[in-house]
Design a binder for this molecule. Structure first.
Ligand SMILES: *Cc1c(COP(=O)(O)O)cnc(C)c1O
Length: 370
């Protein structure tokens, strides 16, 4: 029996270990722990990778969302449209800024925000849309931007799962006013701890987020506005700069792995087993490879018994979580998202996953589906 964890970051670490070790030692030796030169260097590198004018490094992706809304002065009484199918942090970002998160259901074929429902979700209080490029798949930014322009809404992109993906040639995260990234260890570009950042072409917004992440201050002990402490630290920045050089290649490996899964399993597709669309390596950077299965509990268990790790992204949508009861939603409000939550299963996918491992996982799944 093989053992294939859902996510294996060890090989990636081992392959670059001397570089990491020396970069971390250098931060320690320079004692440049907070906002050191490593942070500005990474901000510069990441902005240029994303093809955006500015990047501001932050402590997490959740803070990136929160500070994006705050920089745009979206707050109490304002509404932000978010997809119902997302990681809870998308909603936390809007709520922390003081606004309300208004979910829309998703398109069952793409798992992404259903653009046709934006009009239903819109009210006189709507100030922004927050499309999420979930699982690594680029949203249709033509649809999002058209709707936003028509109704004068800001667009804040949640790009936490789609570092490097493109929509019609342009990097996601650069369409709206601000793109929000997480560098949580398991993301396509991940640090050795919590980290995040925003990108924007707008000088003023970049300056605002820069201030807000540092106690609302540009000049030490002068606080023209209230901020928080949410800085990317220098050790994480140094690690991220090293990894960034390999991101494009790692994204290619993810896409190849997805394509291979598909070629192994395509013939089994039915109402009870659905594979994700492969699209192009540009449009989908496969942060996650999410299948839909009818008999999920059994399949999950059988895969585990054969040494295959799986995860559910996400088993309970945020509108049905106890922590979000006050938003006032109940079961049945977003039926596609809810139905999907009971069927989705993420298979192992990470840079460096081998053809042999993919063949083994596919073989186990084939047995279970029979
Ligand atoms: C990971 C993630 C976040 C939050 O990022 P953190 O760095 O964990 O705070 C936000 N949105 C989505 C879609 C994510 O996957």
């Amino acid at each position: 029996m093989m053992k294939i964890p859902f996510l294996d970051l060890a090989a990636q670490y081992e392959s670059l270990k001397p570089e990491f070790d020396s970069a971390i030692q250098s931060v320690c030796a320079n004692t440049s722990f907070i906002l050191g030169p490593e942070v500005s260097a990474f901000e510069h590198d990441f902005a240029s990778f994303i093809e955006s004018k500015h990047c501001v490094g932050l402590a997490s992706g959740t803070d990136a969302l929160r500070l994006a809304f705050e920089a745009l002065q979206i707050s109490s009484g304002d509404e932000v449209i978010v997809p119902a199918n997302t990681f809870v942090a998308t909603a936390i970002g809007a709520l922390e800024a003081g606004a309300t998160a208004v979910p829309v259901d998703i398109d069952p074929d793409t798992f992404l925000m259903d653009y046709k429902q934006l009009e239903t979700a819109r009210s006189s209080r709507t100030k922004a849309i927050c499309p999420v490029h979930l699982y690594g798949r680029a949203c249709d930014m033509d649809q999002v931007m058209d709707f936003a322009k028509q109704h004068n809404l800001a667009v804040i992109e949640d790009t936490a799962q789609a570092h490097g993906a493109r929509w019609h040639g342009r990097r996601v995260g650069t369409f709206g006013a601000i793109g929000c990234f997480s560098f949580y260890p398991g993301k396509n570009l991940g640090a050795f701890g919590d980290a995040g950042g925003i990108v924007t072409d707008d000088d003023h917004l970049s300056q605002q987020v820069r201030k807000l992440r540092n106690y609302g201050s540009e000049i030490k002990y002068h606080h023209p506005e209230r901020g928080i402490n949410s800085r990317l630290d220098s050790i994480q920045a140094a690690v991220l700069s090293i990894k960034l050089k390999h991101l494009e290649r790692w994204n290619q490996q993810r896409w190849k792995a997805a394509e291979l899964y598909r070629s192994h399993l395509e013939d089994l597709q039915s109402d009870e087993f659905v594979l994700p669309d492969i699209l192009t390596p540009e449009q989908h950077v496969f942060h996650l490879f999410v299948i839909q299965v009818k008999d999920r509990a059994r399949i999950e268990k059988e895969l585990m018994e054969q040494g295959v790790g799986t995860v559910k992204h996400y088993p309970i949508p945020f509108h049905l979580q106890d922590g979000y009861k006050d938003l006032g939603y109940t079961e049945g409000d977003f039926p596609i998202t809810e139905q999907l939550a009971s069927r989705i299963l993420s298979l192992p996918i990470f840079p460096g996953i081998t053809e042999e491992q993919i063949a083994y996982v596919s073989g186990c799944l084939r047995k279970s589906l029979r």
